[in-house]
Design a protein around this ligand. Sequence first.
Ligand code: GLV
Length: 306
Amino acid sequence: MRFAIIAPPHPTALWKKNFEEIVPHVPLLIGHETDQPEDVVCAMVWKQPFGSLKKFTNLKLIFAMGAGVDHVLSDEQIPKNIPICRVIDPQMAFSMSNYIIMAVLNHHRSFYEFEKAQRNSHWAQFEFEERELKIGVLGIGHLGMDCAIKLHQLGFSVVGYSPSPKQTPFPSFSGANFDAFLQDINVLICTVPYTKHTHALLNNKLFQKLNRPTYLINVSRGKVHVEEDILSALDAGVLSGAFLDVFEVEPLPKESPLWLHPKVHLTPHIASLTYPKESIYQMLHCFDQMEKGLPIPQLVDRQKMY
Ligand code: GLV
């Protein structure tokens, strides 16, 4: 019985270290190359080479090393009928929410304007008022819900949107009321998973339905937005600014106009990192439940893609 980590070098090193500390007696394969593929019962994966899981004939569990599973499921050769679990971690929600709150507060308190004034040794007292925000959280799953509740508790006006109705301590929209949600806000926070329904969702057509101007924060996946449309919406004053952690192509190409756009703030997909120690405990719990024939937590619905 062997577990495998199939991922890029950085997460592999972190997960290997933690795995070996937590379960030193369990044999671990790094990467997918092996003479004994039949030994592998559980694969922890992130951006795995397509088709690489096919050879593990005794695989019982696939564990996605992150919250989003689009990278894992884009492998069409991924074995069918094997449960896939993903990370659902309060610590991830903590860092994601703090990141989003930072972006909201910087905008709310005109931080960038004051920063610019500072660079000019200019005392900008009374020049920028607190912005009145009506915050919309698009996608109120585990991560979106956490940040929406925290923003609501900070006293902001918050509304949420999810395809199916959710119990929320703030007003929320669902189903066909998407346009009503968009028309109710001036900050749009996107935390949706990447699926065939959310592909290129943040596009010009959607931006045209927003109040002018609206501030955009995207921490979900780059392919959920259309960068060309964000740039034209910024230039036309439809969007007042954009705070982006994810991009259509990552790393963001050097020639992207987003880097130097005065209304864009960006970070290199770090809004919420996975905490390997907690995630490995989760993976072991999922595996244990599966072995005992008990309900497996954190199961991914392959159709829904989350
Ligand atoms: C990171 O982007 C994740 O999906 O965990």
